[in-house]
Design a protein around this ligand. Structure first.
Ligand code: ADP
Ligand code: MG
Length: 610
């Protein structure tokens, strides 16, 4: 509780005590007014002040204004205790609301409590405690057990297990030893490690995630915009309604001023739309926080809303449905011997960051001097070309071979064939194979069970490979042999069918498709910058089962938002009707208003628990 909240609570309790005392005192007339005016002003002076300030600014019809005229009206009618009570309960609601907002903000902050405070850097043989921003790329840092890893880096010495739960939601620690990478924001559990920083703090995983979370608060969902507009129209309507409710019976039908005045006031008290205005953004806030605890980053409330509506999922193949960890399974040389073929392939591929390239480089230690290769070009979705001894080398798929007019051969082994040509002379091919992620079939089945019935795989790979993977995972349709730009046009043509389409990719060669879809979902963001930038939702590790989880969190959040809207409007309409008919007094109005607000806030807080 903040100091301001504590002060407000004391003020509310004191005013309540004074209200009770005042009701027990046997005084009449002007004294009675003065006695009740004390707790009234005590608890309401700031509301009155704000209302006055807003009126002077020409800003009528806000909740302070409503509360001010409702309570002053009650005093005019001589209903002093009711007037004080309305103000008192309004403040109780406000207090509750500020505590709830503060709580969910703090718990998001706690969930995202991945910001490292210090880093221990080794400089001139000395250990120095500095802030993570001061560590330069390439410097060595020491991380002890229990500490957060402050920067992305590679372990130089030591072995340990690290917990990445705060980033990925994965609670099982993973073992890491020298030569392996560690990610900032994860916690070092068991051993002392010496880590070489691979990026500055501003570019580190943790800094990017934190800035992403901050941005997400500013992106509003469509329902939120609707609520704001609704409140703007609704409040004046109720004020006019209250006025008519008072004027028509008294002026035209000779009704009693006091009775219709009271009914009009009930109308006003109920009209405050605070429950809606507060609980809707609070629900989204909670949903985003709850998702982040599972390692799912949603970049704004608008994306939460879209995520709940997704009915078509389009997947990229490599790195998304498959592990993206290729292994060389065969080498079929044609004109040269096997090691000469692999020398060329590995040297050229060393210029690419594609997972296929990594597998070929890993499989063969090239004897070719890489500096002999010039004019290296990567052709996304096809392969690479480079100049060697005045001849153009091409390493890639059939499309690339056609482009260089090489007489290439189809390979009938399962897997992806990477062909190699020198000039237009075909040198042979290397077969690499990837494996489907073990949880892919379960994730696709989960999606189908949720009603996400259309699943499509897009790939630059061959038809046969695509078909095999669809069979293994249960994906409905595929489009094969696509270039990155074809993936975008496929997404566009699927979009035309009026479905809500999510594109799931890993950011390698598919960033344009990620940004073109209704919703771009990137996986395995602990590494790929492109994915974090282009996507709307980021699954921190590359577990596909996060996808149905993310959708179910979004649906739960939207359900709670909708419940709150219906509940709040329903109760208000009911009390408005009862009030107009004279069946609900000021007290019921007050309790209905505060009650709805408190229940809506409690309901909204449920989104935080996922
Ligand atoms: P996917 O659609 O499966 O994610 P990509 O669009 O990244 O695949 O690549 C499509 C195809 O292009 C690969 O199957 C491969 O044949 C070829 N290719 C892409 N990059 C490379 C590379 N660096 N070396 C060789 N072939 C490549
Ligand atoms: Mg890809």
């Amino acid at each position: 509780m903040t100091r301001k909240q504590r002060k407000n609570l004391i003020r509310i309790i004191l005013a309540a005590a004074l209200l009770i005392a005042a009701s027990l005192l046997p005084v009449e007339g002007i004294w009675r007014l003065l006695i009740f005016a004390v707790p009234y002003l005590m608890v309401g002076w700031d509301v009155l002040w704000k209302a006055l300030r807003n009126i002077l600014r020409g800003d009528f019809f806000d909740e302070q204004f409503l509360m001010a005229i409702a309570t002053i009206g009650a005093f005019v009618l001589g209903e002093y205790p009711e007037g004080v009570a309305v103000m008192l309960f309004y403040q109780v609601g406000e207090w509750f609301q500020s505590v709830a907002v503060g709580k969910s903000r703090r718990s998001i902050a706690a969930l995202m409590d991945i910001r490292p405070d210090t880093a221990t850097v080794l400089r001139d043989g000395q250990e120095l405690e500095v802030s993570p921003e001061e560590v330069q790329v390439g410097e060595c840092i020491i991380v002890r057990p229990g500490e957060k890893i402050p920067l992305d880096g590679v372990i130089l010495e030591g072995m340990t297990s690290v917990n990445t739960a705060a980033l990925t939601g994965e609670s099982l620690p993973v073992d890491r030893s020298a030569g392996e990478n560690v990610v900032s924001g994860s916690v070092n559990l068991t051993g002392v490690i010496k880590v070489k920083a691979l990026s500055a703090y501003e570019q580190s995983t943790v800094a990017r995630i934190l800035s992403l979370m901050e941005e997400s608060a500013s992106k509003k969902a469509r329902v939120e915009g609707f609520i704001t507009r609704f409140a703007r129209v609704y409040t004046p309507c109720v004020v006019v309604g209250a006025l008519l409710l008072f004027l028509i019976p008294t002026l035209l039908l000779h009704g009693s001023f006091a009775e219709w005045g009271r009914r009009a006031l009930v109308f006003l008290v109920v009209s405050c739309p605070c429950a809606l205005v507060v609980s809707v953004p609070l629900s989204f806030f909670g949903g985003i926080g709850g998702a982040s605890r599972q390692g799912i980053l949603v970049k704004g409330a608008n994306y939460m809303e879209l995520l709940s509506k997704v009915d078509t999922c389009v997947f990229d193949k490599t790195g998304t449905l498959t592990k993206g960890q290729f292994a060389v399974t065969a080498v079929h040389p044609q004109e040269v011997d096997e090691s000469a073929l692999m020398d060329i392939a590995a040297a050229v591929e060393s210029f690419s960051s594609h997972p296929i390239a990594a597998s070929i480089v890993r499989a063969h230690d090239s004897h070719l001097d890489k500096s002999l290769l010039t004019d290296v070009q990567e052709h996304a979705g096809q392969g690479l070309t480079a100049m060697l001894d005045g001849q153009r080398i091409a390493v890639g798929n059939g499309k690339l071979m056609d482009a260089v007019h090489a007489d290439w051969k189809e390979c009938h082994l399962p897997g992806t064939a990477i062909h190699i040509a020198r000039g237009s002379e075909y040198l042979g091919h290397v077969v690499v194979a990837d494996v489907v992620k073990p949880e892919a079939a379960e994730a696709i089945a989960g999606l189908k069970k949720m009603g996400v019935s259309r699943t499509v795989m897009l790939t630059g790979d061959r038809r046969e490979v695509a078909q095999a993977i669809c069979g293994e995972t249960g994906v409905n349709q595929f489009r094969a042999e696509l270039l990155p730009q074809d993936k975008v046009s496929q997404v566009e043509s699927l979009l035309e069918t009026g479905h809500t389409l999510a594109f799931v990719g890993d950011g390698i060669n598919d960033a344009p498709a990620l940004s073109r879809a209704d919703l771009g979902i990137a996986m395995g963001a602990m590494g790929s910058d492109a994915a974090i930038e282009a996507a709307d939702v980021v699954l921190m590790d590359d577990k596909l089962t996060k996808l149905p989880k993310a959708i179910s969190i979004a649906r739960k959040t939207m359900r709670i938002v909708r419940q709150n809207i219906i509940f709040a409007i329903g109760v208000k309409v009911l009390v408005l009707l009862l009030g107009a008919m004279g069946m609900a007094g000021m007290w019921i109005a007050v309790f209905a208003d505060v009650g709805v607000l408190v229940l809506a806030i409690l309901n909204a807080m449920r989104t935080l628990k996922q």
